[in-house]
Write a protein that binds this ligand. Structure first.
Ligand code: NAP
Length: 306
């Protein structure tokens, strides 16, 4: 099977290429990788993406590229819609027209996060974004779904949340750096306590995506399947920060503060919990704390290098 990955230098893209190279499925061939400047989200059209497909003939495209700076998205909503919404629609049209399967990556931010019943969002829940990043990602889901109606190919929408992993500069690395600064000043670290989600380790997510891609599913042509792929468990940002500092043995108190404490361009949904959907193997993704333990050696190297 020939898989093309869009966005190979990103956090998820690089993990996905590594996972595809190790894929246990018979007949898997090395992945094709596309990124800038060959593939620009600002300008990609169904025709330009179709030319890439006609050159390489992948059977499956996994689109991981996105403009992930949510505050930047909030400051420039039109650019956000182009890069994270319309571009996906163009890619989907090219794939659908050729019967090529497409898997796109979406986010918990398609939901408003206002849920108070303690349950995670399920695939069938109606998207209701509250910021431009979420609006663009929800538009991507819609446009891709429209493109695949009547296609010989199949569309998978994978929603995930709170990614961490190589190459670092992620939430754990930023928290560790901030804690070392406040320790120097003899102060506690203030972290949002009312934003809840599931930290998700990109190598685990990549393995789950490879499992989806490599398993023959009975999904019929033109079908759209929504998956929620996150590690197990849930945490507030403050819980996550405490776990980071505990594992790194950085002795700084974490004080919970409301998200409204911070002035920022974007409005993150407070309840970012996704109800995980089953993988073909039936084996759930492991708890985020266990996954975080695997990220520690790289994190230690990163903060030691600061
Ligand atoms: N990060 C999270 O916490 C999170 C949570 C939920 C869902 N997601 C979704 O998961 C996917 C992967 O996220 P990630 O964290 O791996 O993202 P990332 O590390 O920011 O990587 C984004 C990728 O997109 C490429 N890209 C950015 N702007 C582009 C443009 N204008 N034209 C072409 N390529 C462009 C980047 O290339 P360059 O580096 O060359 O710019 C990079 O390869 C995205 O769809 C994201 O929306 C992320």
């Amino acid at each position: 099977m020939r898989v093309a990955v869009v966005g190979v230098v990103g956090r998820l893209g690089r993990a996905l290429v590594a996972a595809l190279e190790e894929a246990p499925f018979a007949g898997m061939r090395p992945p094709i990788g596309w990124d800038q400047p060959e593939l620009e989200l600002d300008t990609v059209t169904a025709a330009s993406f179709g030319a890439l497909l006609d050159r390489e003939h992948p059977e499956v495209v996994v689109h991981t590229a996105a403009w992930t700076d949510v505050d930047g998205n909030a400051r420039e909503p039109q650019l956000a819609m182009r890069r994270n919404g319309i571009a996906v629609g163009e890619i989907a049209q090219a794939c659908a027209g050729r019967g090529t399967d497409l898997l796109i990556i979406s986010t918990n931010e398609v939901f408003d996060g206002a849920r108070t019943d303690g349950r995670g969002y399920a695939p069938g829940d109606e998207p209701h974004p509250i910021n431009p990043y979420g609006e663009a990602k929800a538009a991507a889901e819609r446009l891709a779904t429209e493109a695949f109606a009547g296609s010989a190919g199949r569309l998978s929408i994978v929603r995930t949340a709170w990614l961490f992993g190589p190459p670092g500069n992620d939430f754990p690395a930023k928290i560790a750096a901030a804690a070392m600064r406040t320790k120097g000043a003899g102060e506690p670290l203030r972290v949002t306590g009312d934003e809840v989600g599931t930290p998700t380790y990109t190598p685990d997510l990549a393995e789950a995506i490879v499992e989806l891609v490599g398993t023959d599913t009975p999904a019929p042509p033109g079908s759209v399947t929504i998956h929620h792929l996150v590690n197990g468990g849930r945490a507030s940002r403050a819980d996550w920060a405490r776990e980071v500092l505990r594992r790194l043995a950085i002795d700084v108190e974490v004080v919970d503060v409301p998200a409204s404490t911070w002035q920022r361009a974007s409005t993150p949904p407070l309840w970012g919990v996704l109800e995980p959907t089953p993988l073909p193997s039936g084996i759930p993704m492991r708890d985020w704390r266990e996954a975080f333990a695997d990220a520690l050696p790289a994190l230690r190297r990163e903060i030691g290098a600061r």
